[in-house]
Design a protein around this ligand. Structure first.
Ligand code: NAD
Ligand code: ZN
Length: 243
């Protein structure tokens, strides 16, 4: 047993209800850049300048070029050991929910079934006119911006800075946070809401909270255990101890 993953102090029950909250860090080892990490820039733009409704209104071509690049990056990567370990929890426990802030589709590709996507998916587009969803756009795109049959441009079906989160997804995430026995917070800088509040809600409701991150975050002082390191290295051992 790795001493870094010794859960004996937490008294976790058999077949616990586990909620996992993931951020961009869980996909870092697959080669998907995080926004705030070293490789987070695209043509010297910061994500905060591109992932906004204002940026799309000003320059939909620029925003779509960035998403086209990100779609190609994600399509060229594979789930890593952390995604697979989380999918193993999904299969092995009676009650489980994965709440992800990621838009890269890697959790589903690893086989996770119970997923709540808080920030949508870059592999889905939504019509700005009629609201139709489209999951079949080619990678790379053939036309930028892609257009709907109704004549309006499509936009990425993701939540941009300044936009609200999908209510149903958020309600499910909060409900799981209040009910679970154990929450794992993996690769989230916990500065973007609601990632910052979901673990604290779980803690208040009596759940044990374990954070897996190479760095300390604003929630580190409040969690029961901070496992310092990379998700793909820590999660397989951790999951073996839970199952
Ligand atoms: P974030 O706020 O979730 O921060 C990334 C966190 O991951 C940091 O705390 C970092 O220390 C940690 N980390 C880095 N490498 C790690 C590893 N190997 N194992 C575990 N943790 C690791 O993400 P962000 O990049 O600041 O972006 C904010 C939001 O932007 C996300 O919540 C997401 O919606 C979106 N985003 C998604 C993706 C994706 O889908 N893969 C990528 C970038 C950004
Ligand atoms: Zn339309």
């Amino acid at each position: 047993m790795s001493p870094r993953c010794d859960l004996s102090g937490l008294e976790i029950c058999r077949d616990p209800y586990v909620t996992v909250l993931t951020g961009a860090g869980v996909s870092a080892e697959s080669g998907v850049p995080t926004f705030r990490g070293e490789n987070g820039l695209w043509k010297s733009y910061r994500a905060e300048e591109l992932a906004t409704p204002g940026a799309f209104a000003r320059d939909p071509v620029l925003v779509w070029e960035w998403y086209d690049w990100r779609r190609q990056v994600c399509a060229g990567t594979n789930p890593n050991a952390a995604h697979h370990a989380i999918a193993q929890l999904d299969r092995g426990l009676s009650r489980f929910l994965l709440v992800t802030q990621n838009v890269d589709g890697l959790h589903a590709r690893a086989g996770s079934k119970s997923i709540v996507e808080l920030h949508g998916s870059i592999f889905r587009a939504r019509c700005t006119g009629c609201g139709r969803l489209d999951e079949d756009l080619p990678v790379p795109l053939e036309a930028i911006p892609p257009m709907c049959d109704c004549g309006a441009p499509l936009r990425p079906d993701v939540v941009w800075f300044g936009e609200g989160l999908p209510e149903e997804a958020l309600a499910k995430a909060f409900e799981a946070s209040r009910s679970c026995d154990l929450m794992l917070v993996v690769g989230s800088s916990a500065v973007v809401q609601p990632a910052a509040s979901i673990p604290l809600l779980a803690k208040q409701a009596g759940s044990s909270v374990i954070e897996i991150n190479p760095d300390a975050t604003p929630i580190t002082p409040f969690v029961d255990m901070h496992l310092e390191g990379k998700a793909a290295e820590i999660l397989p051992t951790l999951v073996n101890q839970i199952l």
